[in-house]
Design a protein around this ligand. Structure first.
Ligand code: PLA
Length: 502
């Protein structure tokens, strides 16, 4: 009963009335109290409980730490403020109200990518195949720890103290990371024109940038390609940056819709923010050619747009991190100011270590110092400073030329295995006599194949063949092995053979 009362109460009251009510109520309460004998032992929340009757069931016993002005402004601030206030009260609220705290919380929808992993893990079938999340597997389907990482761990072992890193993370790791994106001999790095901080992998770098964008360009929006990595939408939504989209994929040709993309770039208001995938576009596996990147860069210059590169797969497209940085180098040549999110999840296999970097190219050192300090200030109340272990692994590998060589070789092995699996998957489908064209499997690059399978076909693959992938038809090629490629091809053939196109 009490719970219903609370949830029904109208909190959007008139501020003056409410304040008056509270003040009057306090006076009445004090008078009543004085009348009582000193012997009366009062419940510590008696004063706040007195308010309950006044304000339709809100239990002020829940807010004993609040002064009257705070109480007033909180409750006239609307339901959101109430929720905030209540969520901070976990420790002192009596058990009697606890069941009502989260009554209005509905289960969140399943994540379209990580939800697939959950469903896969719950399936007891021994033949199940997971080509959902983009996590690299060896040809036996096992997760891989790179040899360079193992060696770095051996070197670190016993030498690591557990002190906090600075708010901006490991300076050494950040420096090495910038070299990968901007070039080993970049003048910009030497001139200290890049504001850069260690980030919680690629996701954290994107989010930090989105928050930075909101804080310093509060009226801006972000242009996001169609389609894109699903989490991009969540990231900019939660940073309260309005989203627009731009054309990217052309379903009929299974390639880039370059003309429509260029139109969208031209038609966007001057000085717009654009999210670009630096290489190995997720989910389509379709990247602009070098020539197209040059045209994009030129148009960005004309329009004064800001490019934010998400570079989650450097090395995974071609097998060479240098080549995969081509888009960025083209923008550098053209003198842009841009931002980059970098991640070591995929190219160093450090998924769970959450190590990455956010960088923002600035006009001069002074500006870079200011921007970096603001990025740190954004990080401080969120997670204070980033974790140390993954950063140390990265800096150990990249600052030792021999170990770096081992890494480069291993990246190439991973990319090549994926390229080999593309050929095998296409070959198997053709061998089965599929009437459809599967050329796009080998044309696309990076971790994913945007197969063209419909959500219904994907559902059949899951329900009938225990093959798990995202419902947009994205296949993580990193999960395909010589052991399961035939099974995968047979199942795909089975669900597509009567379709005119896939
Ligand atoms: N940006 C893009 C384009 C990505 O595809 C991913 C990961 C990230 C950023 C973030 O990676 P990180 O935070 O781990 O560095 N995408 C994965 C995993 C591999 C995921 O969804 O989180 C995917 O399966 O799409």
């Amino acid at each position: 009963m009490k719970q219903n009362k609370r949830s029904n109460c109208n909190l959007q009251g008139n501020e003056t009335n409410l304040r008056d009510k509270i003040v009057i109520s306090r006076k009445q309460y004090q008078i009543q109290r004085r009348k009582r004998s000193n012997k009366t032992s009062e419940h510590p929340h008696a004063f706040q409980d007195h308010f309950n009757k006044l304000l339709g069931g809100i239990r002020f016993a829940d807010f004993p730490y609040m002064s009257i002005p705070t109480l007033t402004s909180t409750f006239v601030g609307g339901e959101m403020a109430i929720r905030r206030a209540m969520s901070g009260r976990t420790a002192v609220v009596g058990a009697r109200s606890m069941s009502s705290w989260w009554r209005s919380v509905e289960p969140a929808p399943k994540d379209p990518i990580l939800g697939v992993t959950e469903a896969f893990l719950a399936d007891p079938n021994p033949d199940k195949v997971n080509v959902g999340v983009g996590a690299y597997r060896d040809d036996n389907g096992k997760p891989v720890v790179l040899e360079c990482v193992r060696e770095a761990e051996r070197r670190i072992a016993g030498h690591l103290n557990m002190e906090y890193l600075p708010m901006g993370g490991s300076v050494k790791m950040v420096e090495e990371t910038l070299k990968l994106a901007y070039g080993v001999n970049s003048e910009l790095i030497k001139d200290k024109r890049i504001a850069a901080v260690q980030a919680l992998s690629g996701t954290g770098a994107c989010r930090l940038f989105a928050d930075f964008q909101k804080r310093f360009r509060p009226d801006s929006q972000i242009y996001i390609p169609v389609p894109t990595w699903a989490n991009h939408h969540n990231i900019w939504r939660d940073a309260h940056v309005p989203q627009k989209t731009y054309h990217y994929y052309h379903p009929e040709s299974r390639g880039l819709d370059f003309a429509a993309m260029m139109d969208d770039i031209k038609n966007a208001p001057n000085g717009s923010f654009f999210l670009l995938h630096a290489c190995a576009h997720n989910p389509t596996g379709v990247d602009p050619s070098e020539e197209q990147w040059r045209e994009i860069s030129h148009e960005f210059k004309v329009k004064g747009h800001f490019a934010f590169f998400d570079m989650a797969y450097q090395g995974f497209a071609s097998g060479d991190p240098e080549r995969d940085a081509k888009s960025i180098r083209i923008f550098l040549e053209d003198g842009h100011y841009f931002g980059i999110a970098q991640s070591y999840a995929k190219n160093m296999g450090l998924y769970g270590q959450r190590v990455g970097c956010l960088s923002v190219l600035c006009e001069d050192e002074k500006q870079a110092v200011a921007v970096k300090s603001q990025l740190q200030q954004l990080a401080r109340p969120m997670y204070s400073n980033p974790p140390v272990h993954g950063a140390l692994i990265v800096s150990t590998i990249l600052s030792d030329p021999d170990l770096k060589k081992v890494w480069l070789k291993e990246v190439k092995v991973m990319a090549d295995r994926i390229i080999g699996m593309r050929t095998a998957l296409r070959g198997n489908l053709e061998k089965l006599g599929s009437p459809l064209s599967w050329q796009h499997i080998t044309n696309q690059i990076g971790m994913f194949c945007y197969s063209g399978l419909t959500p219904e076909q994907v559902d059949r693959l899951t329900n009938e063949f225990h093959i798990y992938m995202t419902r947009n038809g994205r296949i993580s090629m990193a999960g395909v092995t010589t052991g399961n490629v035939e099974y995968l091809a047979t199942a795909i053939h089975e669900v597509t053979k009567s379709a005119s196109t896939c």
